[in-house]
Structures are given as structure tokens and as C-alpha cells.
Design a protein around this ligand. Structure first.
Ligand code: ATP
Length: 346
């Protein structure tokens, strides 16, 4: 089967500056992919290259088997059948909701257009707002109109650039989940650009994490969190602490963490390692003999996120139900469950 989108070893330059270097990714029909990474890592540049607004200096971009970008070749955006949704919604203020949605359907006759607009108004749950003006809608509703407008021409691929970033946090996660359902229902292949990993997790099947224009890891959200390819990924994704340990003759670590005994890992006595400790690697167990000093804590509603100090001063995180309330300076009884801990060898 031909991938819907194939980005192969693409580089994009602004003058001499390489904003994107040697990036490959592909999406199968109906998959939702994500470009994730810190500010300036090249997400928008790559999205613009896929849309046809930036030429590539190396590699190629193909949609449904057809090469659209390669050095010296740039199929213009309007010939790519790409739908776009932007951060600021970009609705036309002088057109009502149904006219905004119908905007890209110029080639259709009146009746076809009316049906298509109605179909997509329905899809985004805004049928009763057909005649409303953009300024009469909430931010979340405006974003749904903008989604309907992008989807109505049935694009080959939908590109979404930070579509929820002007909305407040709570609405953002809710809308990310809703939009995922809508996209899955309409089976449109999509790329989301975001710097927010929780938005990426809530909405997408596959994430390409960029670091300074290169792919740091391209994987499922689960693997990014549990099997990070390197320290950059480990520190960017989720919460956790990277700690240094040394292993003794018996395979024990030089702190209260105990033995490191995963069968598939081989190391030498005396070897120094780095461990990624996630909050879910440390359990609160009320009767545990191991008690760690509370160095900090943050209330998270249903949970407390504790920062605990090991004897050597290194800090590790621990999530507990929020009725487990120990003051800073006190001790929390815990048990380490290091079966899934991620180990890096320097
Ligand atoms: P953000 O999350 O802040 O939007 P981003 O990951 O989308 O960042 P890009 O906007 O793709 O990053 O920018 C990648 C790099 O390319 C940055 O160093 C940026 O300064 C640079 N850059 C972006 N656009 C241009 C341009 N038109 N001319 C020169 N350099 C640019």
C-alpha cells in the first residue's frame, strides 16, 4: 500500500541555515501524526514544506505516491489538495459560518455545495450555528468551523499548526479528544504541529519528535514515554528525573534503589549508568521501611507530585493520591518498582 504521506530525508534551508535536516516520516491513510518539539526545532518549517510553501533543499515529499517536492521541484500549495487549520482559526469575519465552510467549494454546483456544507456542519456539531457570524462563537466553536472549512473540500491530508494554542488548557485537551474522534470518523490523514506533548498524546497515533531540525525519535506516544531513544527524548517527554548511579559487585546501586536486575541488561560491576525515574516507578506504600525525605511537593488535584531526596542528594519524583499529605522535610514511605526503568549508558 502506498503511504498517504511520505517525507523522505528532507532538508529545508533558509539561506545557509538548515532549519530541517534529513527528516523522514510517513503516514498511512487515516493516521494522525504529530510534529512535536521545543520552540524553534523546525516543526512549522516542515509543515510549510509539506503544504508547498517552502521548497526542500534535499529529499522528497510525496502525497499518495506523487512526488510534490524535491530539489528543483515545487508543486504549488493549491495543487496539493492539502487542508490547513491555523492557531488563530483564520475565519473570514465578513462571512457567516456556512459561507466560511463553503469557501473552498467553488467548483461545485449550488446543491452539491449546500449538501457538503450541511454534512460538515453536522460533523462538527454546529448545525444550529449555520447563519451565525464568527465573532458570535466561542474560541472552541470557531476552531470547529475552521476544521469543517478545511475538511469540506476532502483534502488528501489535513495540516494543523498549533490549532488549540489560543484556547485555555482545559478546553484544549477536551477539544483535542473531540477533534481526534471527528478526524477518525472522516478518515482523513492528518498532521498536528504542537509543542504540547499532552495534546500530542490526546490526539495522535504517531509522533515525530524534532530536536534542532532533526528527528530525535519517531514513534508511538507509548514508546516515546516508556522507551525513549536518548536523553533528550527522556527529558522532553513526561515527568521524570535523570539520576546517576554506580553498580557494585552484587549488582546493587550505590543508593537506596536496591538491585538493578533486568534480565536483558548486562553491565559490569563498577559501571556508571544513568536512570530515568518516572513518577510511576516509585510507589507510596504506607508500611514500607524505606522512607525518603520530602524535598518538595505540588498539589495536582487528585494527586500530589512529590520530589523525594535520595541519601546522595539526587531527587526523584513520586505521585501519590492527594490525601497522602506529608509536609516538606518529612518522610514518605515508598517502594521502588524498577521493572520498567529506562537505563542509559554514558
Ligand atoms: P515554534 O514552536 O516556536 O513555532 P518551530 O518548531 O515551528 O518553532 P520553525 O518556525 O520551523 O520552528 O523555525 C525553525 C528555525 O528556523 C528557527 O531557528 C527559526 O528561527 C528559523 N526560521 C524560521 N523561519 C525562518 C525564515 N523565514 N527565515 C530564516 N529563518 C527562519
Amino acid at each position: 500500500m502506498t503511504s498517504q504521506l511520505a517525507v523522505q530525508q528532507v532538508s529545508v534551508h533558509y539561506g545557509d541555515f538548515a532549519a530541517v535536516t534529513d527528516v523522514s516520516m510517513q503516514l498511512e491513510p487515516g493516521q494522525i501524526g504529530c510534529l512535536l518539539g521545543p520552540s524553534g526545532c523546525g516543526k512549522t518549517t516542515l509543515l510549510r514544506a509539506i503544504a508547498g510553501f517552502e521548497p526542500v533543499s534535499a529529499g522528497q515529499i510525496a502525497l499518495h505516491g506523487q512526488i510534490l517536492s524535491a530539489p528543483g521541484k515545487l508543486t504549488p500549495p493549491e495543487q496539493r489538495r492539502v487542508g490547513m487549520v491555523f492557531q488563530d482559526f483564520a475565519l473570514f469575519p465578513h462571512l457567516n459560518v456556512e459561507r466560511n465552510i463553503g469557501f473552498g467549494l467553488a467548483g461545485m454546483n449550488r446543491e452539491e455545495r449546500r449538501q457538503r456544507v450541511a454534512e460538515f456542519l453536522d460533523l462538527v456539531g454546529l448545525a444550529q450555528y449555520a447563519k451565525a457570524w464568527p465573532h458570535e462563537l466561542s474560541g472552541g466553536q470557531q476552531q470547529r468551523v475552521s476544521l469543517a472549512r478545511a475538511l469540506a473540500p476532502r483534502p488528501e491530508i489535513l495540516l494543523m499548526d498549533e490549532p488549540f494554542s489560543s484556547l485555555d488548557t482545559e478546553l484544549r485537551e477536551q477539544l483535542a479528544g473531540e477533534v481526534r474522534e471527528l478526524l477518525k470518523e472522516s478518515r482523513v490523514t492528518t498532521i498536528l504541529v504542537t509543542h504540547d506533548q499532552y495534546e500530542a498524546f490526546a490526539m495522535t497515533d504517531h509522533v515525530t519528535l524534532l530536536q534542532e531540525g532533526r528527528v530525535a525519535q519517531s514513534d508511538t506516544p507509548y514508546n516515546l514515554y516508556h522507551n525513549p531513544a536518548n536523553e533528550f527524548v527522556a527529558e522532553f517527554i513526561g515527568q521524570g528525573a535523570m539520576i546517576s548511579v554506580t553498580i557494585d559487585e552484587a549488582g546493587n546501586m550505590d543508593n537506596q534503589l536496591g538491585p538493578l536486575d533486568r534480565a536483558h541488561d548486562h553491565w559490569q560491576p563498577g559501571q556508571s549508568l544513568k536512570l530515568l525515574i518516572r513518577p510511576d516507578d516509585i510507589e507510596y506504600v504506607s508500611h514500607s521501611e524505606l522512607r525518603l525525605k520530602v524535598a518538595g511537593k505540588a498539589f495536582r488535584g487528585a494527586q500530589y507530585l512529590y520530589e523525594l531526596a535520595l541519601a546522595d542528594g539526587q531527587r526523584v519524583p513520586c505521585l501519590t493520591p492527594s490525601h497522602v499529605d506529608v509536609a516538606v522535610g518529612g518522610e514518605l514511605p515508598v517502594h521502588f518498582d524498577l521493572r520498567h526503568v529506562v537505563v542509559f549508558r554514558p
